[in-house]
Design a protein around this ligand. Structure first.
Ligand code: ADP
Length: 500
């Protein structure tokens, strides 16, 4: 009898590093999470200490191995999913970072984007090459900032002494004891330096941001052998078989392998991805085109259309922490159900402006339609409904760009646990929602991609069969009511806009 073997997924997120044990049946059987420090040196600046990222991740891995009595022979391979775009630069000889990691949320490089990509023709050219709307969010301007601001960095970079990497590269480098300087196509596609059509670092963009090409990691497929562990603090010789950006990992973990399949993650914000097959779909609604994770042996690059809603679960946190209307996010479901409707109340949570498809950064949030009879339950229900309405606007934009309807939406993330929200979402979208038993799609995706590379799983059909029965939500609200609610939402958004 063969011994039970496992794939370990490392899920390096923005606020915590996790290690997750996945068995051959695709079940998560154990996990360990280690939070780490967020550094806010100035308003709008966000940093992570690279050694915190590494030590929390190694700590989680070690604890997972020890607490489950695992020896290296129990582990088939490791897969890594990571927070995307976050930028690190380190010395190739010593492995020492030249400064803290600039986190994706960090806005300090907005002036660099304005200076280099402010011209409309340049912006359109960047967009055509990378699929991205030029923004400080992506890695390119963050590398430029480091080279401009860390004393001596530019000279050292020109002399070939420095290496750039997103978090996947940093972990792969550190876990392999500096042997592998690699990334994968999904992470590369978030740097704004990778030509997603030609499949290589784009020299025109490296020139635009004045980044020496010697700094760049080698770009490999998402599911392949990147190297083996050679770091003395963990067992040696474990193969690392996937690197994948967290959202693409979630899309894969939801078994969205084919064109037309989509997932939405309801977390602090919402992250929506639609698989578009081997066609890079260009948006006319401010969505971005990104590279999707592919199973080994897939012919050609696969793409996804991606959109995000800034404020989703964050609105629920606001009700709890700022208004004190609820004690916990879980309470919202029962409260929302305690009333028949919102009594005409709409909340438009434009805390930091209205995102796609309006793109109105100066708008600010509103609560509308309040009467003397408005209760706490009405407000809470309006908040949950606002999450669904925002997604509905996004889906309309996505369907217009993709030129096809979305038939099923796969959901995950913390707020997807709310059955009221899921039912309302299905009603408003008029489509079926599927929620897997295990909503840890990111970790599963990284594990699946790693296990496919070694043959632990035979292929995507086998992975589909592993999926548990989903909870299914089908639209059941009558169309007249849906139309009326959506018209009310559209009017609420109109009143929220700053530019009318
Ligand atoms: P992230 O990964 O972005 O930190 P999670 O996927 O852990 O987020 O989801 C947490 C978010 O979901 C929080 O903003 C919380 O307010 C919201 N949330 C959690 N449970 C519920 C629930 N039952 N109903 C509504 N919102 C919820």
């Amino acid at each position: 009898m063969g011994k039970t073997r496992y794939v370990i997924a490392l899920d390096q997120g923005t606020t915590s590093s996790r290690a997750v044990l996945v068995n051959r049946r695709g079940r998560i059987v154990a996990s360990v999470s280690r939070p780490f420090r967020q550094i806010y040196p100035k308003p709008g600046w966000v940093e992570h200490d690279p050694t915190d990222i590494l030590s929390s991740q190694l700590g989680a891995l070690t604890e997972l191995l020890v607490s489950n009595d695992l020896t290296p022979s129990d582990v088939e391979c490791i897969g890594i999913a990571n927070q995307r775009e976050t930028t690190l630069v380190w010395d190739r000889a010593t492995g020492r970072p030249v400064c803290n990691a600039l986190v994706w949320q960090c806005r300090r490089t907005a002036p660099i984007i304005e200076r280099l990509c402010g011209d409309e023709r340049v912006a359109a050219d960047v967009r055509a090459r990378t699929g991205l709307i030029p923004d400080a969010y992506f890695s390119a301007s963050k590398i430029a900032w480091i080279l401009d601001n860390v004393p001596g960095a530019r000279e050292r970079a020109r002399a070939g002494e420095l290496a750039f990497g997103t978090v996947d590269s940093w972990l792969a480098w550190s876990l392999t004891g500096g042997r592998a300087h690699v990334t994968d196509v999904t992470n590369a596609s978030r740097t704004m330096l990778y030509n997603i059509h030609e499949g290589r670092w784009d020299q025109t963009l490296l020139d635009l941001f004045d980044i020496p090409s010697s700094m760049m990691p080698e770009v490999l497929p998402t599911s392949c052998v990147f190297g083996a562990t050679a770091n003395p603090s963990i067992p040696l010789g474990l193969p690392i078989c996937s690197l994948v950006g967290d959202q693409q990992a979630a899309l894969f973990g939801q078994c969205c392998f084919d064109a037309g399949q989509a997932k939405n993650t309801y977390g602090t914000g919402c992250f929506f991805l639609l698989h578009t097959g081997t066609t890079p779909c260009v948006s006319s609604h401010n969505l971005v085109t990104t590279i999707a994770a592919s199973a080994p042996g897939t012919r050609g690059t696969e793409y996804a259309l991606e959109g995000s809603v800034f404020v989703a679960g964050a609105l629920i946190q606001w009700l709890r922490d700022e208004l004190g209307l609820i004690g916990s996010a879980q309470e919202t479901e029962e409260l929302a159900r305690s009333v028949e409707d919102t009594g005409g109340v709409y909340i438009v949570p434009a805390f930091t402006g209205l995102g796609a498809p309006w793109w109105d950064p100066d708008a600010r949030g509103t609560i509308q339609g309040i009467t003397r009879g408005t209760s706490r339950a009405h407000i809470v229900r309006a908040a949950l409904e606002a999450l669904a309405y925002q997604m509905s606007d996004m889906c309309a934009a996505v369907q217009a760009d993709a030129g096809r309807p979305i038939e099923v939406l796969n959901v995950d993330g913390g707020a997807s646990a709310n059955d009221f929200l899921m039912q309302f979402q299905s009603d408003i979208l008029g489509i079926e929602l599927r929620r897997p038993r295990c909503v840890e799609s990111t970790a599963l995706g990284a594990a699946y991609l790693a296990g496919l590379a070694t043959g632990f799983w035979g292929g995507t059909d086998e992975l589909r069969d592993l999926r548990d029965d989903d909870d299914v939500f089908l639209p059941r609200m009558d169309e007249g009511r849906v139309r009326k609610l959506l018209a009310g939402w559209a009017e609420a958004v109109r009143r929220t806009r700053s530019d009318l």
